[in-house]
Design a protein around this ligand. Structure first.
Ligand SMILES: NC(=O)c1ccc[n+]([C@@H]2O[C@H](COP(=O)([O-])OP(=O)(O)OC[C@H]3O[C@@H](n4cnc5c(N)ncnc54)[C@H](OP(=O)(O)O)[C@@H]3O)[C@@H](O)[C@H]2O)c1
Length: 272
């Protein structure tokens, strides 16, 4: 994987000035920049989350893989082990049905087994319907809001005590262009992403004076995955960036280079 060169790395790592969005997008990741970190990735079985998990492992992190599909998670686990990454962990969880108690037990398990949690990439999500709100199936609306936003909040809250123990914990929510600018027919998906942007902002305000935690949103922009293909069935996927193409921003927000970046919504493909 190659990363476009645009920032002076030494400046990135030593400066007190938070990185610009452009610097985050084009971050040149130093080898092992995630060494010593334990990072949880939700939706790690497919698409962007799978590639983020592989990439975090390649830069030295111990990666905790969460989603529903155990056999797909096992494939990611094997890929990490076979490429010499730190031994990952599979944490099967359905965000639609998991209770808050189960999430707290998960936090306890991470504490017992790994002793730390330094980052969470909240990446799991579902699309729902693309239809006018007037016609939106109300049960599906509730499900999309729950999986994309409510469960993300619950998991964040359950993991907060552990994240606070990290020197520089980073929590990244995954938004979308329709979350930043709600658009007709994107219904619950757009509203759930808008909620995540608000959630990141509120968590930032509530923690920035008392903790080292940083909360940010990432908007990957149109990326070649199954979700994108469902949303745009007529689109030629070869015109889209792959998850690998957009990993600079994902690595940057988890690495110490982004210390000081708080409450931001970073669009990785701003022209989308
Ligand atoms: N691709 C794009 O163009 C694009 C653009 C903007 C934003 N995004 C956002 O980027 C994120 C990743 O998207 P993607 O395109 O990579 O999607 P994807 O290929 O459909 O992957 C979605 C992931 O979420 C997991 N997931 C879904 N429901 C879950 C549940 N109930 N519990 C636990 N895990 C669940 C899936 O795993 P299991 O099936 O194993 O549970 C899968 O790993 C999403 O938040 C999406 O909204 C994507």
């Amino acid at each position: 994987m190659s990363y476009a060169m645009s920032t002076n790395l030494d400046t990135n790592l030593t400066s007190n000035t938070p990185l610009s969005h452009d610097a985050i997008r084009h971050f040149v990741a130093p080898e092992e920049c995630l060494q010593g970190k334990t990072i949880l990735v939700t939706g790690a079985s497919a698409g962007i989350g799978r590639v983020a998990a592989l990439t975090y492992a390649r830069y030295g992190a111990t990666v905790l893989l969460l989603s529903r599909n155990i056999s797909k998670l096992e494939a990611v686990y094997d890929e990490i082990e076979n490429s010499g990454g730190k031994q990952p962990a599979i944490l099967p969880m359905d965000l639609e049905t998991a209770t808050y108690d189960e999430m707290r037990r998960l936090a306890k398990l991470i504490d017992t087994e790994f002793g730390q949690l330094d980052g969470v990439l909240h990446n799991a999500g579902i699309l729902g319907q693309l239809t006018p709100l007037e016609m939106y199936d109300v049960d599906l609306f509730a499900k999309v809001m729950y999986v994309n936003a409510t469960a993300t909040f619950m998991l964040t809250q359950a993991l907060l005590p552990l994240l606070k123990e990290s020197d520089n914990g980073s929590i990244v929510f995954t938004s979308s262009t329709v979350g930043t600018h709600p658009r007709a027919f994107w219904g619950a998906y757009a509203l759930s992403k808008q909620t995540l942007e608000g959630m990141s902002d509120i968590f930032t305000q509530e923690t920035q004076n008392t903790t080292n935690l940083r909360f940010n949103c990432i908007n990957p922009g149109g990326t070649r995955t199954n979700m994108r293909a469902h949303a745009f069935p007529g689109e030629n996927p070869m015109t889209l960036k792959t998850p690998e193409d957009i990993m600079s921003g994902y690595v940057c927000l988890m690495s110490d280079a982004s210390i000081g970046v708080r409450g931001q919504v970073v669009a990785l493909q701003p022209k989308d």
